[in-house]
Structures are given as structure tokens and as C-alpha cells.
Ligand binder design. Sequence first.
Ligand code: FAD
Length: 306
Amino acid sequence: MAERKYDVIIIGGGPAGLSAGLYTARARLKTLLIEKGAVGGMIINAGLVENYPGFADGVSGIDLTEAMHKQATKFGMEMLSAEVTGLKVDGKNKMITTPEGDFSAGAVIIAGGSERQKLDVPGEAEYIGKGVSYCATCDGAFFRDKVVAVIGGGNAAVAEALELVKFASKIYLVHRRHELRATKVVQEKAFTEKKIEFIWDTVVTAVLGEAFVKKIKLRNLKTNKESELAVDGVFVNIGSQPATGYLQGVLALDAVGAIVANDRMETGVPGVYAAGDIRSGSIRQTIGAAGDGAVAAVNAGKYLGE
Ligand SMILES: Cc1cc2nc3c(=O)[nH]c(=O)nc-3n(C[C@H](O)[C@H](O)[C@H](O)COP(=O)(O)OP(=O)(O)OC[C@H]3O[C@@H](n4cnc5c(N)ncnc54)[C@H](O)[C@@H]3O)c2cc1C
């Protein structure tokens, strides 16, 4: 495919990328957003987002990002479905590599968010799509009237357990600590939900089954006692890693691999910006990601105008 040239290329179509695209497209900058998966990013996993301003009764993550997508494309933002595998900077020219060919831009906004951490136990990889899932919104409906386990104790894990209440008959929330890390309001909802049972101080050591998942092996971290739990599905939500594998050696990354950027979202490489969960120090919330995207876009516009 021939090389194609844009003013701005945005990597990632979550809230940060979609907000950046709205601002750059509306500033009449020729903008391409490249997304490797579903448009909307991580927040499409949230059944109800209650802390994004402007929605008094909350909004589903899917509805919120569909509206963001529509708004940005209305102003001319182009989209490409592909995974970015490389970024090369040659002064004012930035080259983006994808399986669909190379693209160049004057400015690049990296809004790739993060990738789910795996349990890394026997059986996990084998049963992906056969009971092991990383997205309750995507896969929850397959578990109607079934028993599932959600692994994790942060906001995202508890949000997934609450999402699964719509489908599953029983949800075990397995957490390695004795208390949740989720926001208090989210915890209160989970504690009053009759279908959710908590298994504290416990980790998963294996996923077992036949054609599909049948049970998980557990180990209590306080007693070291091992046990088995019969489940039809396992939803893993134990944290995430910044999606920066292809940026090592190109940009400054912090100890966990997030991109180091200043309050103008500048990465240190002129014309390259970071926005959202992928940025070191991000609050890892949708409102923060959208704000970062706007800041990066405005500063990319200034850079291109210089
Ligand atoms: C279950 C759950 C519930 C949540 N609930 C809330 C909530 O109630 N309120 C709230 O504020 N936040 C919530 N969050 C957090 C919120 O989803 C994130 O903070 C937000 O989505 C971050 O946006 P982002 O655009 O920075 O990254 P992401 O949303 O992660 O989007 C990044 C996008 O970039 C794409 N991408 C990555 N690398 C590449 C590449 N190399 N090439 C092409 N595309 C790439 C990814 O596929 C992804 O679509 C929740 C998260 C989860 C998982």
C-alpha cells in the first residue's frame, strides 16, 4: 500500500484518541485514527459509567464512545482498522508502520491505553473463548444462568461482576486481598448484590475443563489451603499494562512502561504526544483520558502551525 500522509495520526480509538480526533478534525487538521480492535477502548467493558460529567443517570461505556466516535467522524476524522507496530521519527516526519502499510504525519498522538494482565496459570490460554474472558460486556451474554468467577478487586473487576449480574446465576469474586480496592460507591453496590459471593485472600492457580471451563483451582494465601471451585466462566480483571511494547527505545517510558509526558502531553520527542491511560501518572479514568486527548490535540495543532 502506498505511503499516505496526514497532519495528525492518532494511535488508539478509546476516549483519549476519540477526544483528540474531535479536536484535531474540528481544527481542520487531516486526521487519521488507527484502532486495532473495537472502537471505544476499555470503557466499552463498563455497563454503566456514573462518573462521566453530563449524564445524570449514567451512560453505558458503549453508548458514550459511540457518541464520541460519531462526533469526531462528523468533523472529518478518518479511521483505519489496524495495529500500529512501529513509530519512526525523522525530524518533522513521523512514520507509522501497520500491516496495512506505512503512514506518515507531522504529529502523532499515542492513545493506546493499556492491555489486560493475564493470570499466567495453566489452562488460562487454552480456555480463552471457551470460558476464559477478559470482557464481561462482550461475553457476559454467553453465561446466562451460569456460574462464573471474576478475578480481581479493583474498580474494573467489580464493575465486571456487577455487569455479569444481568446474566449469570452466581458470581464469585476472587480477590487476593481481604478488601476491595474499588471506589466505595462501587463496593457498596457489590456488597448488596445477592448474586455476588466474595472469596478473599485467594489466588487462582489453574483453569480446568474439558471442551469448556469446568472449574478453577484456588489457593488461600493465608492458610495455603488449596481448593477447587466449579464454574462455567472465568473473567480475569487483575490489572493492566501500558500498550507500549512497540515504543521501547523510541520514547521515554517509566518503570511500568507508561509514556513519560509533561502537562502539555509532549513526550520529549517534538510532535509526539501521549494521552490517556498510556501516559505515566494518568488517573486511568475516562474523563482524564478525554481531557488528555484534548490537551494533546491542541498542542499538536500549535506544533504543526509553528
Ligand atoms: C470494566 C471496566 C470498567 C471501567 N469503568 C470506568 C468508569 O466507570 N469510569 C471511568 O472513568 N473509567 C472506567 N474505566 C477505565 C476506562 O475504561 C479507562 O480509563 C479509559 O478507557 C482509558 O481511555 P484511553 O483512551 O486512554 O485507553 P483505552 O480505552 O484503553 O483505549 C486504547 C485503545 O487503543 C487501542 N490500541 C492500543 N494499542 C494499539 C496499537 N498498537 N495500534 C492500534 N490500536 C491500539 C486499543 O485497542 C484500545 O481500543 C473502566 C475500565 C474497565 C476495564
